[in-house]
Design a protein around this ligand. Structure first.
Ligand SMILES: C[S@@+](CC[C@H](N)C(=O)[O-])C[C@H]1O[C@@H](n2cnc3c(N)ncnc32)[C@H](O)[C@@H]1O
Length: 201
């Protein structure tokens, strides 16, 4: 069966490079280093939010983290699954939007139950602008921030877009992502487009 190409022209090439040569994409190098600098694998599982083909999550798993993932049902998820990228990264197939936010919450709360390993860290690389759109803007996006904090997440590690004078999206650069989550999260540290947020409470 042929696998459909994803929206991003080189996504299939990246999966092929990983499958054939064990190469991880350079686009994930900075975030992988940021996770390793800021969170110990012993803190608990990491959620790769909007995980696309799964290569970032798989790379974190290879670095010793327990990783879960969420990605909308679509060609990127299919490509990752059919090539084995998600073999060590259980992935929830979910389009996050207002109507499904509680499904994400139920899943996160379930990990806090006895006998489960609670998700402590959310990794969001180039994910929040898309979720801002799916959640209908500021109010829905704040609800996501509250939900993550209420469900026991202790770290949000985000990588946003670098500053550009041409951007028109409300979350067009990383600091805007941090600001949009400010009701529930504060900035612990940052470097360029990489931010480490911790709960306000
Ligand atoms: C710019 S890509 C970044 C992918 C990955 N985090 C990375 O750094 O390679 C954004 C991803 O978010 C996913 N996505 C967009 N809206 C989503 C939603 N509402 N729920 C779940 N995933 C979503 C897209 O399918 C895509 O895989």
């Amino acid at each position: 069966m042929s696998v459909p190409k994803t929206g991003r022209f080189d996504a299939e090439d990246l999966v092929t490079a990983w499958r054939e040569r064990g190469e991880f994409p350079k686009i994930h190098t900075a975030m992988t280093a940021w996770v390793r600098e800021n969170v110990d694998p012993r803190e608990g599982p990491v959620l790769d939010l909007c995980s696309s083909t799964g290569l970032l999550g798989r790379r974190l798993a290879a670095a010793g983290y327990t990783v879960r993932a969420v990605e909308l049902p679509g060609p990127a998820l299919q490509l990752g699954r059919s090539n084995g990228v998600y073999e060590y990264v259980p992935v929830m197939s979910l389009r996050i939007e207002r109507d499904t936010l509680e499904d994400l919450g139920d899943w996160l709360r379930a990990t806090v139950m006895p006998g489960h390993d609670p998700i402590r860290t959310v990794v969001a690389r180039r994910a929040f602008p898309e979720l801002w759109d799916s959640l209908g803007g500021a109010e829905g996006f704040s609800a996501l921030g509250r939900l993550l904090a209420e469900c026991g997440v202790r770290n949000v590690l985000l990588e946003g877009r670098a500053h550009s004078s041409r951007t028109t999206h409300p979350l067009g650069e990383a600091i805007a992502e941090a600001n949009a989550l400010a009701e529930s999260w504060r900035v612990l540290c940052w470097r360029g487009p990489l931010y480490h947020l911790v709960p306000r409470a």
